[in-house]
Design a protein around this ligand. Sequence first.
Ligand SMILES: C[C@@]1(CC(=O)O)c2cc3[nH]c(cc4nc(cc5[nH]c(cc(n2)[C@H]1CCC(=O)O)[C@@](C)(CC(=O)O)[C@@H]5CCC(=O)O)C(CC(=O)O)=C4CCC(=O)O)c(CCC(=O)O)c3CC(=O)O
Ligand SMILES: NC(=O)C1=CN([C@@H]2O[C@H](COP(=O)(O)OP(=O)(O)OC[C@H]3O[C@@H](n4cnc5c(N)ncnc54)[C@H](O)[C@@H]3O)[C@@H](O)[C@H]2O)C=CC1
Length: 205
Amino acid sequence: MIPVFVNLEGFRVAIFGFGEVGKRRAKKLLKANANIDIYSKTFDDEEFEKKINFIKCDVNEISDGDLEKIIKKYDIIVTAIDKKNNERIVKIARKLGKFVNSATFEDEANLIIPACTEVDGVLFAVYTKGKSPLIAREIRKLVESYLLYHEEDLIIQSYVREKLKEKISNQKERKEILEKLFKNDEFKKELSKLIGKYGKIENHL
Ligand SMILES: C[C@@]1(CC(=O)O)c2cc3[nH]c(cc4nc(cc5[nH]c(cc(n2)[C@H]1CCC(=O)O)[C@@](C)(CC(=O)O)[C@@H]5CCC(=O)O)C(CC(=O)O)=C4CCC(=O)O)c(CCC(=O)O)c3CC(=O)O
Ligand SMILES: NC(=O)C1=CN([C@@H]2O[C@H](COP(=O)(O)OP(=O)(O)OC[C@H]3O[C@@H](n4cnc5c(N)ncnc54)[C@H](O)[C@@H]3O)[C@@H](O)[C@H]2O)C=CC1
């Protein structure tokens, strides 16, 4: 597996099961502007109701043939029911060449929706290959704090990087300058003072 960031706007997603995990996945996929249908025995969350289509059903009562017909209609499948049903759905989805994510970690599932965050336009995602979702969550929090704590570095790097691109054509030279700048606390202190004085650098320089 390799990590990729994708734009899911307008993609058709089916989520099977609307418990803790189904809701967590639905929240993330809603944020990505996907079109979501939920297939579940129960729904207990009104907040979602306007943005998502709910199809009340018991997957145990749907034949493999009918499940195939449902799954065919979607680009991405998320299954968050019990192990037995998840296995069944993963198998059918793979046969149909779909991307499928499962809450119970089947080897054949080919899509991970990882622990992730976005701070100041920086996206971060981490996956422990199912070894420990809890550790993935803690790493995500650590990186979140790092990015918040280093907000100024990011602003400086982004600004100087753009300026250097205009002035120095050699990428290796640009990289050397950016690395020196990142390590130079004196320079950063001076620049921080200026940022304090004039507000955010991006708005004023
Ligand atoms: C394989 C995967 C599914 C996939 O393919 O996507 C999967 C599988 C399983 N998770 C389980 C349990 C928990 N999962 C969490 C939390 C998260 N789980 C997430 C992802 C993934 N979980 C994928 C692998 C990701 C990786 O390895 O990095 C995160 C990152 C993203 C998200 O869910 O949105 C999100 C943190 C988000 C954040 O906060 O940033 C917590 C903690 C909590 O609830 O707070 C617990 C309880 C503690 C524990 O048990 O560890 C169980 C056991 C069930 C059982 O015991 O029956 C299974 C099944 C199994 O392992 O068999
Ligand atoms: N990936 C992850 O982060 C985690 C995975 N898990 C595993 O994921 C699965 C789901 O966990 P939770 O969301 O916590 O469970 P849950 O019990 O909160 O939710 C299950 C959902 O599936 C629906 N459902 C159950 N049987 C159904 C059927 N036959 N047809 C249609 N819908 C049905 C229920 O109505 C409910 O909405 C479990 O197998 C659990 O072991 C559990 C915790 C975390």
